[in-house]
Design a protein around this ligand. Structure first.
Ligand SMILES: Cc1ncc(C[n+]2csc(CCOP(=O)(O)OP(=O)(O)O)c2C)c(N)n1
Ligand code: SF4
Length: 277
């Protein structure tokens, strides 16, 4: 008799918590959550070996809805917390979740330096071109002519281009995904986790409450007509001239992920003595 216990196969449901999401009906973030749990099932990483870190915003609620370790931190500071976690606990798979306000406004500086550092993190930004949680202010990716009560006539300010900025700053994997394509987005997230270094995925995730016209994104998205490149300048040129709805992995580089050098144990008392006046 073979009494060996077969290995447990984890399904997407094994990564979901018992908390029921409270997003508005139709919000793109529901399917992004579905893609995250499907990706983790593709990777077969046990939930206790995964940490999901976020800032503040509707999109940043994601950690609570997974059964993994989670940290729902401070607005714009998800990458700082995640970097510290990954450096201290390199055996964990660390996913970072953000919105375009959280990630590119208050967290913009951290975004640049996370790309530069190239710590082995997967950063997903649910981009709806608006601050959803605080009721519809323009964000860095809002179109300059988006006319609304809070910015009559539009802001007139040029939109931030996250994918090109990530490439220029040194991200090692760059992709664009669409919330409505749950299986495709799960596959991209799994590829991003497997790729060493800092992986960045811009997920177009409609805010049906403050940007109801984004329901139309489903008719605009299309698979990228180009194959992935490892040349950042080529990827940047392509992304600068595409229509913004090109879905797929757009760049996969070869930079080695940052690994901290082992440090010597610090003698605190000796250090204190050096500062005695
Ligand atoms: C330091 C700080 N400043 C401002 C806020 C208010 N605030 C909360 S969420 C948010 C913007 C969220 O927008 P986004 O990141 O695009 O996420 P979404 O809600 O659209 O998913 C802001 C400005 C805050 N919580 N903390
Ligand atoms: S306000 Fe927008 S982003 Fe927030 S839950 Fe509602 S639809 Fe989603």
């Amino acid at each position: 008799m073979n009494d060996m216990v077969p290995p447990t196969v984890l399904g997407a449901a094994d990564y979901k918590s018992d908390y029921k999401p409270i997003w508005c009906p139709g919000c793109g973030d529901y399917t992004v959550l579905g893609s995250v749990t499907r990706a983790l099932a593709l990777l077969q990483r046990p939930p206790h070996e995964v940490a999901v870190v976020s800032g503040i915003g509707c999109s940043s609620r994601i950690p609570a809805y997974t059964a993994c370790y989670g940290f729902h931190g401070v607005h714009g500071r998800s990458l700082a917390a995640a970097t510290g976690l990954k450096v201290a606990r390199p055996e964990l798979t660390v996913l970072v979740a953000s919105g375009d306000g959280d990630g590119y406004s208050i967290g913009g500086n951290h975004f640049l330096h996370a790309c530069r550092r190239n710590v082995d993190l997967t950063y997903i930004v649910m981009d709806n071109h608006v601050y959803g949680m605080t009721k519809g202010q323009a964000s860095p990716t809002t179109e300059p002519d988006w006319d609304n009560k809070l910015a009559p006539g539009g802001t007139g300010v040029r939109a931030f281009h996250p994918l090109v900025i990530a490439l220029a700053a040194g991200a090692n994997f760059v992709a664009r995904a669409f919330a409505g394509d749950q299986a495709g987005t799960a596959d991209i997230i799994a590829q991003a986790v497997r790729h060493p270094g800092f992986s960045f995925i811009e997920i177009l995730s409609p805010c049906v409450t403050f940007r109801p016209e984004q329901r139309g994104w489903k008719d605009l998205v299309h698979p990228a007509s180009v194959t992935v490149t490892d040349d950042p300048a080529r990827a940047a040129r392509r992304i600068m001239t595409d229509d913004g709805f090109n879905i797929g992995v757009l760049y996969a580089g070869h930079r080695p992920a940052y690994v901290p050098r082992p440090s010597e144990p610090v003698d605190i008392e000796a250090l204190e003595q050096e500062f005695v006046l």
